[in-house]
Write a protein that binds this ligand. Structure first.
Ligand SMILES: Cc1ncc(COP(=O)(O)O)c(C=O)c1O
Length: 382
């Protein structure tokens, strides 16, 4: 093999300035997240818009993202886990924080201490939260989650019928601030959307009147009848396209870059990376970039995905390894220290997800190891 190291990544530690130490980074554009939130407000108004910030704001860092959303006007947040709600309360003293996991009896003290509002997913959840209200001699806010076909969380038809017949007794001490359900196929043109909508309407008619919420990022684009009183987008706030359209209304919020560590030339017939899965069909210039599956870059991008250097696309060749990817940069001007974007404006979230054979949610929430850099001030539209 006639491989040749052209240049090594330069700076001695004394020369490096600040973030030169970072071989890779996740840049989170807070202004873009705020702008995406406002897009939902404009589109669904007068319906209210909550923000889903579970899984550490889909990997973007809830401690920075949630306050930025508050500045954009958001006053209601959804998390999955109780621990996420407890952590979020530190940054959001006044906002409503809903916990989707529910109200297991052992969750009650933390829910009360941190003023978290559980989504009550079963009659048992309702009983536990109602008992907490009675013990505290107070009224507690609550969300009732009705299952309309997802078969994951929420009251099924049998429990709903029981609750409907005994709502005064079972909801004693509870102030139902939201009735919610969740769509299974909102990102598709599926008849299941209409079926869930009609089941949700039936459920609402069976219980005392309360504000209602059905749609998340994609569901909000199914039509006004899906909006009810509150929509609760998550993934679109972070830049995913909530429509099956070429044009994405959402702004790019997450950018992942890694530095080129080495540039080298290989000959026709030479292989690249573990298991030698790529063999050069011509003399090829390679750039080795400091990003790998330990940073959350899917291994399934091996020989499939792409990155961009100075806005120009370069194919990933060979396997994605733990710390490195290798790009074909033949005919490109690339030097060690240049930044390769594996996710951002050129290599979009949708493209990365499609190339990796997964969805945008998994791409975002798997990002790790690299430092997050926050860009943009909150409170201004961009
Ligand atoms: C109950 C519920 N509501 C809202 C959301 C947000 O969904 P999306 O990220 O698709 O907007 C989720 C996410 O999985 C969810 O589970």
């Amino acid at each position: 093999m006639d491989a040749r190291i052209l240049r090594r990544h330069p700076p001695a530690m004394g020369q490096a300035k600040g973030d030169d130490f970072e071989a890779a980074r996740l840049t989170v554009r807070l202004d873009a997240i705020a702008a995406n939130y406002r897009t939902y407000c404009r589109m669904t108004g007068p319906c209210a818009v909550a923000a889903v910030v579970k899984a550490d704001a889909y990997g973007m860092g809830a401690a920075a993202v949630a306050p930025a959303l508050v500045q954009a006007g958001c006053d209601s947040f959804f998390v999955a886990r109780l621990a996420e709600g407890v952590a979020l309360r530190k940054f959001l003293p006044a906002a409503r924080i809903f916990v989707l996991d529910g109200c297991q009896a052992d969750a009650v003290p933390a829910l009360l201490t941190h003023r978290l509002i559980p989504a009550l997913n079963s009659l048992a959840d309702i009983a536990a939260w109602s008992a907490a209200a009675s013990a505290a001699k107070t009224t507690l806010d609550a969300v009732i989650h009705v299952d309309t076909g997802m078969n994951r969380l929420g009251l099924g038809p049998d429990e709903l019928a029981i609750l409907s017949g005994q709502s005064a007794k079972r909801l004693a001490g509870l102030n139902v601030v939201l009735m919610m359900s969740h769509l299974a196929c909102a990102d598709e043109d599926s008849k299941m959307n209409g079926e869930q909508l009609s089941r949700f309407r039936q459920a609402l008619a069976m219980l005392p009147p309360a504000p209602a919420s059905l749609a998340a990022s994609h569901g909000a684009f199914l039509g006004m009848e899906y909006h009810f009183d509150l929509v609760r987008p998550g993934v679109a706030l972070y830049g995913a396209n909530p429509q099956n359209t070429a044009q994405n209304l959402m702004q790019t919020a997450a950018i992942v870059t890694g530095k080129v560590l080495q540039v080298r030339r290989i000959d026709r017939g030479d292989s690249v990376g573990y298991a030698a899965t790529f063999r050069a069909k011509r003399p090829t210039m390679l750039a080795t970039v400091a990003l790998g599956y330990a940073d959350g870059i899917p291994r399934s991008l091996s020989n499939t995905g792409a990155a961009a250097i100075h806005g120009a696309r370069a194919d990933i060749v060979g396997r994605v390894s733990m710390d490195l990817i290798t790009l074909d940069v033949t005919d490109m001007e690339v030097n060690p220290g240049d930044e390769a974007e594996i996710l951002g404006e050129t290599i979009t979230l949708g493209e990365v997800a499609a190339s990796a054979g997964t969805n945008e949610y998994e791409i975002l929430t798997r990002l790790r190891r690299m430092p997050r850099v926050y860009e943009g001030t909150t409170g201004k539209d961009s």
